[in-house]
Ligand binder design. Structure first.
Ligand code: HEM
Length: 394
């Protein structure tokens, strides 16, 4: 039986996930009271089946968890149609491929700024942290700029977001729960204040657009707006940091792939980024609740029961991917489902891809001799799986 909290499993979950796939159907996991869908076919079917919804279960007691609860139940990610359709349609324009592509020069500039700072750090210490100095600040700055989050308060984003997402792991501790409550309150208050200000003095940012938006004559209510902004600020960097870090470490451990990318950093950027997400997924597990009896892979999931789609496992399915345990940065086609599937498919996928296809080749080109200078330090947790720090020399 998989133990999602076991550090050995978190270190390398893939052998256990391969065993799970051998069962060929969703398997009941008693400790979490979840069916686990581990094959590509089943994990994909879970995300696409409309009788399996993202149904947020509010935490009790209500008074303690009030803000955390509505930050979820009123956000895009945790709503289902028709509310989901209404919220998503308001964001589609801001995140479409062309709009995102137009931001590439800004991301190139940001990348250069970070590389200049890394130069100074290298001179001083001979090493830098790929996570703290590069993979993390880039998407944080990009999503903050897109939403119009003030530069001077950017440092607040990551701690708030980290405190909230730790709640998605199996069995969060008492301390984690307290921190999530405090962060939810502070984050929501901050965004509420910002939104009020943007209503008075609109800018060209997404928070101003959302504050002003009128859809079918019906405005977003304040809670939905705040919840969706908080979601975007969190989702807009958490997975990107870990997706970059996971792929980067795997690349550093494979001379042939590293050499290939060094020789063609820009040409291979797009296939490399998708292979990063496939090979070592930053997001592993998403739950759904059956709103009617439904069959997945020959197993009946009864109304009210829960099933998890295991994305990282699906992306290693040997019936879909040739040599799935090998990293191949030229893999094409690559039908990985690390960005999800169905109506909740990641709205930020074009942004994440644009950021990574800009920043990764620039990093590799600037420091072709990068090497891991210490064992990368893992952050705890399976659902959002990645590294705390990855120290390299260059
Ligand atoms: C490597 C980076 C990323 C990965 C692997 C990733 C992955 C995912 C996945 C798997 C989902 C679907 C969750 C589900 O079905 O329950 C999702 C949804 C979402 N993602 Fe991302 N994401 C990434 C980056 C981003 C970025 C940069 C943004 C910024 C806007 C973003 C915003 C969202 C939002 C708002 C949703 C909810 C969509 C909905 O419910 O309709 N993500 N993401």
């Amino acid at each position: 039986m998989i133990d999602f909290e076991n550090p050995n499993f978190i270190e390398n979950p893939y052998p256990a996930l391969a065993e799970l796939r051998k069962q060929g159907r969703p398997v009941w996991h008693e400790p979490t009271k979840l069916f686990l869908a581990a094959t590509y076919q089943d994990a994909n079917a879970v995300l696409r089946n409309r009788s399996l919804g993202r149904i947020f279960k509010p935490k009790e007691p209500h008074e303690t968890w009030d803000t955390f609860n509505w930050l979820h139940s009123d956000s895009l990610l945790d709503s289902e149609p028709p509310k989901h359709t209404r919220l998503r349609s308001l964001l589609v324009k801001a995140f479409n491929k062309n709009k995102i592509e137009s931001l590439r020069p800004d991301v190139e500039r940001l990348t250069q700024d970070l590389l200049d700072k890394i130069d100074i750090k290298l001179e001083q210490t001979g090493t830098f942290d790929v996570i703290g100095d590069f993979a993390e600040p880039l998407p944080v700055k990009v999503i903050a700029a897109l939403l119009g989050f003030p530069d001077e308060d950017e440092h607040l984003l990551r701690p708030w977001s980290q405190a909230i997402v730790k709640m998605y792991e199996v069995n969060p501790s008492e301390q984690t729960q307290l921190e999530a409550q405090t962060a939810s309150q502070e984050f929501a208050d901050y965004v509420r204040h910002l939104m009020e200000e943007r209503k008075q003095n609109p800018g060209t940012d997404l928070i101003s657009d959302l504050a002003a938006v009128e859809e079918d004559g019906q405005k977003l209510n304040a809670q939905e707006l705040i919840a969706t902004c908080v979601l975007l600020l969190n989702a807009g960097h958490e997975a990107s940091v870990n997706g970059f870090g996971n792929g980067f470490v795997a690349l550093m451990q494979r001379d042939d792939q590293l050499q290939l990318l060094r020789n063609n950093p820009y040409e291979l950027a797009a296939t490399t980024v998708d292979e990063f997400i496939r090979f070592d997924a930053p997001l592993h597990l998403f739950e759904r609740t059956a709103t009617a009896d439904v069959e997945i892979g020959g197993v009946t999931i009864k109304e009210g029961q829960k099933i998890a789609s295991l994305l990282g496992s699906a992306n290693r399915d040997e019936t879909v991917f040739e040599n799935p345990t090998e990293m191949d940065i030229t893999r094409d086609p690559n039908p990985q489902i690390g960005f999800g599937a169905g109506i909740h498919f990641c709205i930020g996928a074009p942004l994440a891809r644009m950021e990574m296809t800009t920043s990764l080749p620039a990093l590799i080109e600037k420091y072709p001799n990068m090497k891991l200078a210490a064992d990368p330090i893992r952050r705890p947790g399976f659902v959002l799986r990645g590294y705390e720090s990855v120290i390299v020399s260059a």
